[in-house]
Design a protein around this ligand. Structure first.
Ligand SMILES: *Cc1c(COP(=O)(O)O)cnc(C)c1O
Length: 414
């Protein structure tokens, strides 16, 4: 797939810099100002009354009507600017909503669209917080969580068919830390065969918005931890939901106003300033990772490298080629020698830092079995393919020769 264009006809890299911000509203400032105010002054009591009528849905805005701001838990200028500017980066998106974490975006999406008695089918492995939220929070509230193995189209279809009142199918692809890929198009087609099609949501944090375009494939919503590639410098926490159908986003917006989990003005401003470089950063990280993965795959101390261009399974290769533009900056390596080897490797890397999280300009590495995925049972480790020797690497934008040399010297110390 090539990068699809937005309906404006402009390339996303152009549009992100040219839409959604009016300098005249920021005293001519070329980049947005930060509006930290918690409350907004009305031009008249009638305007205040109208603003509350609009907010409560008692009246509908007229076409082109500018809706007055009220209070920053509901909305504020920096969220509006960011939401306008991020839309062109996600092919197929028409509307966006920003949150104060990726978990806040995921939580608000699930609480908006699933009711007690509904079920949520989700691929596993899935982000630990997401799994925890579904299993330990939503289940006791009467929403049924049904895990289905990522990458296994038949098993996912069977889970969807057997699910009582499926409201949402949440797909995380590629899966973390093994990068196993799920066929989004197949899930969408399966969903459409249901009498009441469930909403298909994709956690697009690992390859989006640059390399994977779920909305173009028919998914209803994409969810992001903006903490990762979108912000890209490991210095903030944020989340985003985007959809083609603005009505879905409108329904989530009223929940966000209630929960109070909107992204704050300063963080909106920071994230907004990072958007024009998302594609640059992701492209550099992906090229680095692809070269390093190819070299490390030949290393005698490494059992296997988990990376999309090196998938041994033809079905996984097919999904990658059909669904992703480039393989991205995430890889995992499985060291011979299990946990001691993995720990020695992490102890000896000098450029890469031993930290969880991903998607930053700097290279990070961690041992999933003892950290990010340590809550798994042995059966879950086996099913997900998370072994003792597995090290996950989020490749940054450093010079790839330097990174490879760093990994090689750390491997020599193992
Ligand atoms: C980090 C992450 C999340 C959670 O995002 P936060 O910003 O930490 O709340 C969700 N999904 C994936 C795939 C992630 O990597």
């Amino acid at each position: 797939m090539s990068q699809p264009r937005h309906p404006s006809g402009l390339d996303p890299r152009t549009e992100v810099l040219t839409r959604g911000f009016d300098p005249s509203l920021s005293v001519g400032s070329a980049r947005p100002a930060v509006f930290r105010s918690s409350t907004y002054v009305f031009s008249s009591p009638e305007a205040a009354e109208h603003a509350f009528d609009l907010m409560a849905g008692r009246v509908q805005p007229k076409p082109g009507e500018h809706v007055d701001l009220v209070y920053s838990r509901f909305n504020h200028p920096n969220a509006e600017i960011l939401e306008d500017q991020i839309v062109p980066l996600e092919a197929g998106a028409r509307s966006a909503l920003v949150f104060n974490s990726g978990m806040a975006a995921i939580m608000t999406a699930l609480l908006t669209f699933a009711r007690p008695g509904d079920s949520i089918v989700y691929t596993v492995p899935i982000y630990g917080g997401t799994q925890h939220f579904i299993q330990d929070f939503l289940e006791p509230w009467g929403i049924i969580g049904i895990p289905a193995p990522a990458g296994d189209g038949k098993a996912i279809a069977a889970a969807m068919a057997a699910a009582p009142r499926p409201a949402v199918v949440l797909v995380e692809t590629p899966g973390n830390p093994t990068l196993i890929m799920t066929d989004i198009d197949a899930v969408v087609r399966q969903g459409r065969s249901h009498a009441v099609p469930p909403l298909v949501m994709v956690d697009n944090t690992l390859l989006g918005p640059t390399f994977q375009h779920p909305l173009v494939l028919g998914a209803d919503m994409v969810l992001y931890s903006a903490t990762k590639y979108l912000s890209g410098f490991s210095d903030m926490i944020g989340g985003v939901a985007m959809a083609s159908d603005a009505g879905l986003i409108r329904r989530m917006r009223s929940k966000r106003s209630l929960f109070g989990n909107i992204l704050q003005p300063d963080e909106c401003w920071m994230l907004d300033s990072r958007l024009p470089t998302v594609a640059l950063r992701m492209n550099r990280a992906s090229k680095n990772a692809q070269r390093i993965a190819a070299e490390l795959a030949r290393h005698p101390k490494i059992e296997r490298v988990l990376y999309p261009t090196l998938f041994p399974d033809p079905e996984q290769r097919r999904i990658f080629e059909a669904q992703c533009d480039y393989p991205g900056g995430m890889m995992s390596i499985e060291l011979r020698g299990g946990k001691p080897a993995a720990f020695e490797f992490l102890r000896h890397v000098r450029i890469a830092r031993n930290a969880v999280s991903l998607g930053g300009v700097e290279t990070l590495a961690c041992h999933p079995k003892s950290t990010t995925h340590s809550g798994f049972t042995e059966a879950e480790f086996a099913q997900a393919g998370i072994s003792d020797g597995l090290v996950r690497i989020s490749v940054g934008i450093e010079d790839w020769h330097d990174l490879l040399a760093d990994f090689e010297q750390a491997l020599a110390a193992v």
